[in-house]
Design a protein around this ligand. Structure first.
Ligand SMILES: [Zn+2]
Length: 441
């Protein structure tokens, strides 16, 4: 790695911006300031800006032609990092960039400071060459690692918008196999409380004649869980956006679902679950009961319980929305309850995010990656929920979500590392991507 590059990245790495630790609050801000200074140094404007209870590094670099009709690209990265603990497992200081062999080691070198830096370097290269064809807007946060929503709130309120967004905070499937992630699942979290009487009863005196709240709850939950075919009841499958042919083609080249399940020590839900692994976890909703409270577990007793409750959650498929599916789940639960049972149901949630595979920004990104790396990225999705994705897609901003971390990058673990050759490759790729996005109209 070029010595000037190494020194520059080492400076950002050395700021222990651990968002989970209040003792590092000022360091998190310092990392945000570092980003702003970088943007100003390469000819942009930037300010660490308070927003809600936190702050964002907001900045811009105008297109080289002055900006007028050029498309606008919103860039997101995060400048906070996970805590480095347990320190004794690190082979070098987590906040000192250490190059050993083909890897660069440090906390945040893959997630996400190394990638933030390479995106900034690509912007610098194009700006200094007078070849930046897009207006870049930067919006970076320092609370990604603690699940903050400041950035999603900001995107929701921002009136200027953008023609596309670029997020480099992910990874390749494996070395040499880049991905562009088109979607994240949403989440509805439900609380269900069942009450079937005034006080617990003697099962010898009332068993067989009185409603038992635990049984009612079991029946209600059964009505929202997957059937024998592994799929949720139809009312909970409304709105699913089917994957495109290119996505399905890409998923068929991924490691077999049976392997993913057995690597996790998991048993398949039903006979087709392994074969349909990616469809199930990326393009279908799923429901999981996360906890049940009722009766007197652990003690032999003969009580007929009149109160029981459960927390369960539904991962929403891309295309679905919290209100529709939350309401449908509530209806199924109520319909499954017998007369005389009282149900109290509450739900909250976060929408899924979805970018269409044929969106111009995605197609330009596929070309830019292919041109630079010689390989077309696979179109994949994320089974989890990232609040920024729906915030962007609800604004109609097509997002290119990708990255250069690898499965063996030890993200969130000791000895986090990034392949040194991917710094240069990453800068080339992001520069090609910004250049290609200049063709957006
Ligand atoms: Zn990250």
């Amino acid at each position: 790695m070029d010595e000037a590059w190494r020194a520059e990245l080492a400076e950002l790495i050395a700021i222990p911006s651990v968002s989970a630790d209040p003792a590092h609050r000022e360091d998190v801000k310092r990392a945000g300031e570092w980003v702003c200074e970088f943007i100003r140094r390469i000819g942009g404007t930037a300010e660490l800006t308070p927003f809600g209870e936190k702050e964002l590094a907001l900045g811009e670099i105008p297109a080289s032609n002055g900006g007028g009709n050029a498309p606008t690209v919103l860039v997101y990265n995060h400048f906070d990092v996970q805590p480095p603990a347990p320190l004794e497992l690190w082979e070098s200081d987590p906040f000192e960039l250490d190059i050993r062999g083909e890897w660069a080691y440090a906390r945040g070198v893959a997630d996400d400071k190394g990638q933030l830096w390479l995106v900034l370097k690509a912007a610098q290269r194009l700006a200094e060459a007078g070849a930046l064809p897009v207006n870049l807007r930067f919006a970076c946060d320092g609370e990604e690692e603690i699940g903050g929503h400041t950035i999603a709130d900001w995107v929701g309120q921002d009136e200027r918008g953008a023609d596309a967004a670029v997020i480099f905070d992910g990874g390749m499937l494996r070395r040499g196999v880049p991905t562009i992630e088109l979607a994240t699942r949403g989440l509805v979290g439900l609380d269900v409380k069942v009450r079937t009487g005034e006080r617990d009863l003697h099962s010898g005196m009332y068993g067989g004649a009185a409603l038992n709240a635990i049984h009612v709850l079991m029946g209600c939950l059964q009505a929202v869980l997957a059937g024998p075919n592994g799929l949720l009841p139809e009312p909970l499958r409304q709105g699913i956006a089917a994957p495109t042919a290119e996505e399905l083609e890409a998923w068929s080249t991924l490691p077999p679902g049976a392997e993913s399940l057995s690597d996790a020590g998991a048993q398949p839900l039903d006979p087709k679950a392994a074969e349909e692994f990616y469809l199930r976890t990326w393009a279908e909703p799923s429901a999981d009961v996360n906890g049940i409270v009722g009766g007197k577990p652990g003690i032999r007793n003969t009580t007929l319980s009149i109160a029981a409750s459960a927390e369960f959650s539904i991962r929403l498929a891309p295309g679905q929305d919290v209100e529709t599916i939350g309401a449908a789940a509530e209806r199924l639960l109520r319909e499954a309850a017998p007369a005389g049972a009282e149900l109290e149901i509450k739900f909250v949630g976060a929408n899924p995010g979805l970018v269409r595979g044929d969106a111009p920004a995605v197609q330009l990104a596929l070309e830019a990656f292919e041109q630079t790396l010689g390989v077309r990225p696979l179109l994949t999705r994320v089974g989890g929920s990232i609040p920024l994705m729906p915030a962007l897609t609800e604004k109609g901003i097509d997002t290119v979500l990708s990255g250069f971390a690898l499965p063996e990058s030890n993200v969130h673990s000791p000895n986090e590392r990034f392949l040194v050759e991917y710094f240069a490759a990453g800068i080339d790729t992001v520069a090609a991507l910004f250049t290609a996005l200049g063709r957006l109209s």
